[in-house]
Design a protein. Structure first.
Lengths: 369, 322
């Protein structure tokens, strides 16, 4: 988004209620509601407490990864290695818990996040200080981390019976139960993560600075922002969140092989992009990412229950969904952008984004019809 | 000679790496330098390097195509399911497979070039979507029993000891080289990659060039998918999965800038040969495939990091003469 520096750095003063982000989020809520309604017509017994519980527990992993991806995307970077970090963290944490049965949940989570952060910092150093484009670094580490894991694993799996009992019961721990709707612990942890991150991005100075960097890296550097340090830390944060997701993966699946978590990187990008996080950087919210993850998870879990749809349609529909999300975002963005520019008379759009292969064409699209 | 090396620094470095790889491989294994191994080395990855040729255009043009491996699978699946449906001659099924690849490229190219969506997102959706489409077509079946002539084309040498796929690849490479570095179309590709805005103001038909490149990329992926089906003798929905990493790595290792606008066919050709030699050498030394993948990942990062570091060192020295 090409906000003026004022709006970017002091959000409280811009009291415009209907900001583009809010509109995107409301649209998503609308789409989620509409699709739930459609599915409830197609599937018997769809609107049950059990289904709510299933979605809320299974969305957790993708949602946390979407948060990680959002953090990085906002700064106009990308992290394609999160799936591999999930695998590494899940495996190593499982290994650790197998050897140290005394360790409790808190220690396990910290271990997983630490492992993730270490791997993330490797990405961060290369992107921020090595000046290697994030897509190259993380495409490389996607392979590299996976290789390291399979060398370490040597064909051995982490098995469920080597883990302490509490790990596998974690997914079923319910904090409160309202009617048939259980609020599970893992879901509440994910929500907590989102609340903290949303607050940090919207209110903290470093959070706002991430948007400034993503909107215009050159300008951010000129303005004296510690661009390299911040980018480095977003990759560490992304890694740590992927580590947390790895722990949740371990708790859900129990049996971890060297290929665990492969492909999650694409789902995380998909969730963030559907949630309105711009691939050009500088725009997107944690709320949006959570809604994007929820929408994708709802569709995936619901489609397999529609009798007319074969399970093989899953990926094809997911691809179409991402495209639809991007098209919608693009159209909204353009219209609102134009209106806001006219209203604010700021220097919006002065710097065409030069993200890898992603140069938006300057106002000649056909989407304004 | 020294002039050439100064102007083509990256190609020179690559040539050095390649030479070192060849020497190491030749000392490690007596089989490496044989003509048979040379054919083998290309043949085993021929589908990837066919796509690499097209991907070079895409990336120099400032875009990316993450969907190629899925389009390979999709085209092969279209061909296989048309064949399994019966009633039509197999040649028609092949044409349908190729058309499916071109259509996939056209659809994505339209969204990128005409609508203006970022290629990273469009082709990410393509990566997931076309793989999904291949699975929709074939479900979890494996379709094989193709006509004998098709399998023979894929699995046996055509002229002397050279198989059809190698002939296709080398002619494609030659044609692409000429188009990219000798023709006006090639100049346009570079100009657009440097700055699409400048190109537009200079009257270059940016979106038609981009569209054609994506169609070519889809068609190349389709061709690779069909050839891969011939070499394997059967098609599954997962055909070609995860090839995109190797393909993009080879292009970037060849010195093509991920931001577009620079790179050469010679560099990419050297990079292909280097990656294939490394994989082949590691294979001859009985190193596991997953480690080979890790090595390729390291190479990818190194191919950008090392020049960056060198530049950093050089800029600290007083510059002698530009």
């Amino acid at each position: 988004m090409s906000d003026s520096v004022d709006t970017v750095l002091s959000p409280s003063r811009s009291a415009r209620w209907m900001k583009p982000d809010r509109i995107k989020e409301l649209t998503l809520v609308g789409i989620i509601t509409a699709s739930v309604l459609v599915f409830s017509l197609l599937i018997d017994n769809y609107l049950s407490g059990r289904f709510f519980n299933r979605i809320t527990t299974s969305v957790v992993i993708v949602a946390i990864l979407a948060a990680a991806q959002t953090l990085v995307l906002i700064t106009r970077n990308i992290d394609l290695s999160v799936g591999s970090i999930v695998g590494v963290a899940a495996y190593l944490t499982g290994d650790f818990l197998g050897a140290n049965n005394w360790a409790g949940p808190l220690i396990a989570v910290l271990v997983a996040m630490l492992i993730g952060a270490v791997f993330g910092s490797f990405n961060g150093v290369l992107v921020a200080y090595g000046r290697v484009p994030a897509i190259i670094v993380t495409l490389g580490t996607l392979a590299l981390f996976r290789t390291m894991l399979s060398l370490y694993a040597g064909g051995q799996n982490i098995t469920a019976d080597s883990l302490p009992d509490w790990v596998l019961e974690l997914n079923r721990v319910t904090v409160v139960s309202i009617g048939g709707l259980d609020l599970r612990l893992v879901f509440l942890i994910a929500i907590l993560v989102f609340v903290v991150l949303q607050w940090a991005l919207a209110r903290l100075r470093s959070g706002r600075r991430l948007y400034a960097i993503g909107s215009n890296p050159e300008a951010a550097k000129q303005a004296g922002l510690p661009e390299q340090r911040l980018v480095f830390w977003t990759f560490v944060g992304s890694g740590a969140l992927a580590g947390l997701a790895g722990f949740m993966f371990l708790a859900r699946i129990g049996t971890i092989s060297a290929t665990a978590g492969a492909g999650l990187e694409l789902e995380s990008v998909a969730a963030a992009v559907v949630g309105g996080v711009s691939i050009f950087g500088g725009s997107g919210t944690m709320v949006g990412a959570l809604l994007g993850a929820t929408l994708i998870e709802t569709l995936e879990l619901s489609l397999v229950r529609v009798p007319q749809v074969s399970e093989f349609w899953r990926d094809a529909l997911l691809g179409i969904l991402i495209l639809a999300g991007v098209l919608l975002d693009f159209t909204l963005h353009k219209r609102l952008g134009r209106r806001l520019t006219a209203a604010a008379r700021t220097d919006a759009g002065g710097s065409p984004p030069t993200t890898i292969g992603a140069r938006r064409r300057a106002g000649k699209g056909s989407s304004d019809a | 000679m020294r002039d050439w090396a100064a102007r083509h620094r990256w190609e020179t470095v690559l040539g050095g790496i390649l030479l070192a790889t060849i020497v190491v491989n030749a000392t490690l294994s007596p089989f490496f330098l044989g003509f048979g191994n040379f054919i083998n080395l290309f043949w085993l990855s021929i589908e990837k390097i066919i796509v690499v040729v097209a991907m070079t255009f895409v990336i120099i043009n400032g875009e990316i195509d993450l969907s190629v491996a899925s389009v390979m699978g999709f085209s092969a699946a279209v061909m296989a399911s048309a064949f399994a449906g019966g009633d039509i001659p197999f040649a028609v099924a092949i044409v349908l497979g190729l058309l499916a690849g071109a259509a996939a490229g056209l659809a994505q190219g339209f969204l990128i070039a005409r609508v203006g969506l970022p290629s990273l997102v469009v082709t990410l959706a393509g990566l997931i979507g076309f793989r999904g489409a291949a699975r929709v077509l074939l479900e979890d079946r494996s379709v094989g029993d193709f006509p004998e002539w098709f399998d023979r084309l894929g699995q046996q040498p055509l002229i002397g000891s050279i198989p059809l796929a190698l002939i296709i690849f080398f002619s494609l490479l030659a044609v692409a080289w000429i188009i990219l570095e000798r023709g006006t179309f090639g100049r346009k590709v570079y100009v657009i990659g440097n700055s699409a805005d400048v190109a537009r103001y200079s009257g270059v038909g940016v979106s038609s060039v981009k569209l054609r490149i994506f169609v070519a990329s889809g068609l190349a992926a389709g061709l690779a998918g069909v050839l891969f089906a011939a070499r394997l003798g059967s098609v599954r929905g997962s055909l070609g999965e995860f090839f995109e990493l190797d393909i993009i790595t080879m292009v970037l290792l060849g010195g093509v800038s991920i931001f577009g606008g620079s790179g050469s066919m010679l560099g990419v050709a050297l990079a292909m040969f280097t990656v294939l030699s490394i994989r082949n050498g590691l294979g001859l030394a009985n190193v596991d495939g997953i480690i080979q993948t890790g090595v390729v990942g390291l190479l990818l990062i190194g191919s950008v990091l090392v020049p960056n570091l060198l530049e950093g060192i050089q800029s600290r020295r007083p510059a002698p003469e530009p």
